[in-house]
Design a protein around this ligand. Structure first.
Ligand code: ADP
Ligand code: MG
Length: 393
């Protein structure tokens, strides 16, 4: 999906106010009645309707009058809210080109004021999975919170928390910089997804390192669950970086063994096919009590699980309720399982070299964060005290 951020520069405070009002209304409505948008935004003299027309013109909202006169955010509208909030926080100030498109995300380069290039991942849950789940898991249809906005935000929150925790435990992952709504900002990984690499200097070493990472993750209590050549980046020094964490689970998950074996299998198969590595453990070299490996050389989940650490529990305490975790897990894993082990839509990668044209979002330095002390703004803030979004504008 093209992310045309040009319009962002021309949107006024009122535009963002109304856009935020639509977002707030979507907590309880798939399509937000225009009247409610007006009430939340609280612009004078019917100003909301004029602004809505402008937002519609820029495709930031979608108009739906099938049941009543109403609006919902588009992905672009949600993108703009997240981008504006992050720009206001000073995290970055320009958006560059797209560097990746996954099944459930779009990845762009962004640059901060001092010229540091970062990666921005916009989660797009629902692009594929939502439909699949929706058709099969009827009970979810009755859940108010179950919409793409909520799920994409949850995926981003989870990814950010995991990336941060893994980085702190010295796993080779991108540096987690910031997160807002469905958007995660992280360091830009130099290198390419392994799937694009045709030759390695030391395939054996790289393979051992990757399997070592699966094992060390499990020792910390976690399984990646989508550990494959698309989510492993490798640079010219053959250094490995793992990406893509929304689907990770704890080793205490009921299907943990299956996920662990599947991750391991993917790597064994890929290295066998691409680099012709064959795997058999040297029986003479290992004593029989070495129960950390299966006979075919695969690491044994059972022996790791016994002594697993507690990173999974730390993370469970870091902002996800058990319910959040269950919902996102069900959605992500359900979809993957229904299509076999791998996602249907594969990653397209745009090789990253020197950064090309960046679109500067705002002419001046990032402004103070909305909401201001303006009483009008406070009215908006008090609309829902339980879960206040960071307002853009
Ligand atoms: P998805 O969940 O949609 O699979 P990923 O996180 O795997 O999304 O990202 C999709 C692609 O974007 C990756 O395969 C990679 O090519 C690119 N990418 C993602 N994160 C980064 C990053 N931090 N630095 C550089 N490229 C990245
Ligand atoms: Mg991926």
């Amino acid at each position: 999906m093209k992310l045309d951020v040009d319009a962002l520069r021309y949107l006024s405070k009122e535009d963002f106010r109304v856009l935020t009002a639509v977002e707030m209304g979507m907590r309880n409505h798939e399509i937000v009645p225009a009247e409610l948008v007006e009430r939340i935004a609280g612009l004078k003299h019917g100003g909301t309707y004029k602004v809505l027309r402008n937002l519609l013109k820029h495709r930031l909202v979608h108009h739906d009058s099938s049941k009543y006169d109403g609006y919902r955010l588009t992905y672009l509208g949600y993108d703009f809210l997240a981008i504006k909030a992050l720009v206001n926080r000073g995290v970055f100030s320009s958006v560059g080109r797209q560097i990746g498109v996954g099944k459930e995300s779009d990845i762009f380069e962004v640059a901060s004021e001092d010229g540091t290039i970062l990666a921005m991942k916009l989660h797009r849950l629902g692009r594929v999975s939502f439909r699949a789940v929706k058709s099969k898991r009827d009970y979810l249809l009755h859940r108010r919170s179950y919409n793409w906005l909520f799920l994409s935000r949850l995926a981003a929150l989870k990814e950010f928390a995991f990336m941060k925790a893994l980085g702190e435990h010295e796993f080779p992952v991108p540096r987690a910089v910031d997160c807002n709504r469905h958007c995660v900002i992280m360091s830009l990984v130099q290198g390419y997804p392994l799937v694009q690499v045709k030759q390695l200097q030391n395939p054996n070493e790289v393979f051992e390192r990757i399997i070592g990472l699966i094992v060390r993750l499990a020792e910390h209590g976690l399984i990646h669950c989508d550990f494959n050549e698309f989510n492993i980046m490798i640079d010219d020094e053959e250094k490995v970086t793992i990406i893509d964490f929304p689907q990770m689970v704890s080793v205490s998950h009921r299907n943990a063994q299956m996920y662990f074996d599947r991750d391991t299998d993917c790597i064994f198969k890929f290295f066998n096919k691409r680099f012709h590595l064959s795997f058999h453990r040297d029986k003479e070299g290992c004593d029989d009590s070495d129960s950390n490996f299966e006979e075919d050389g695969r690491p044994s989940f059972w022996s790791i699980e016994k002594s697993a650490g507690f990173l999974d529990k730390e993370l469970a305490a870091s902002g996800f309720t058990r319910k959040d975790q269950d919902e996102i897990e069900m959605l992500l894993h359900f979809d993957r399982n229904s299509n076999g082990s791998s996602p249907t839509v594969r990653v397209t990668f745009y090789p990253s070299h020197a950064s090309s044209a960046l679109t500067w979002l705002f002419d001046s330095a990032p402004s103070a964060t909305f909401p201001s002390a303006d009483p009008e703004d406070r009215k908006l803030r008090h609309f829902d005290r339980t879960q206040e979004p960071e307002l853009a504008g």
